[in-house]
Design a protein around this ligand. Sequence first.
Ligand code: AMP
Length: 277
Amino acid sequence: MQIIKTIDELKAFKENNKSKTIGFVPTMGALHSGHLSLIDNAVSNNDIAIVSIFVNPTQFGENEDFDIYPRTHQKDIELCKSTGASAVFMPEIDVLYPNGLDNEVILTPPVDMANVFEGTIRENHFGGVLRVVLKLFNLISPTNAYFGRKDAQQLLIIKKMVNDLFLDINIIPCDIVRDKNNLALSSRNIYLDSASYEMALKIPNAINKAISLVSANILESKIIENTAMACLNGLEVDYCNVVDFNLKKIREIKKGDSLLLIAARVGKVRLLDNCWF
Ligand code: AMP
């Protein structure tokens, strides 16, 4: 497995792998089994798989955890090797932003998808995500790019970018990987102490309740949201809403085009979870 740090090295790697299909998995590192399931998927379904590890400064707000975001590069490299990835691209900030962060063309995602839910709490977050993902897409030219359903809003906005800009890349959504108690894996779970962890389990319980309602053909959003909210009692809930794939709130679940989105805080830790119907 090759470790690539510069754009010249990346170009040389691509030159040596011409005409192969490329599966690409963008990450911020601190890899866990959720990331590894994306990488497994990329390895199994492409000639080669490239993982990027880059904590992207432009998607973090001023008071967010950019500086303390967990960075576990050596362990990440070993994990990527174990999955059979062909290369890890881990550039420094100035490799991806050679003209600085404030002096370049930027993309603006549509407000009705980007300034809702995560976007109301994390201003400019999705603009930063699109900036880095488009740079990575242009550098890597993947055939298939793998994203977790865990970050549902991100996945839907990236799909929209690919569609709107006619990018010739397949976006492959991957299922949420959970721990043995059903908590969705996240690099931020390491901040949960045991009491907070117990509290956090209310989130997958809420998701499971919603799934049982929908399985029983109870599709009214208000009922699903209220039932989920009742399960989340004691957590500070940022949102708990049923939406369609354009992130618009809807009155009723339509199978194949609906999501329950949840974001809640357990102490200082913000956790996201969701369920695709
Ligand atoms: P991150 O490193 O947090 O930017 O995540 C990189 C990719 O891994 C994103 O596409 C995430 O949606 C995905 N991911 C993170 N956690 C999980 C999980 N528990 N299950 C599946 N995919 C995940």
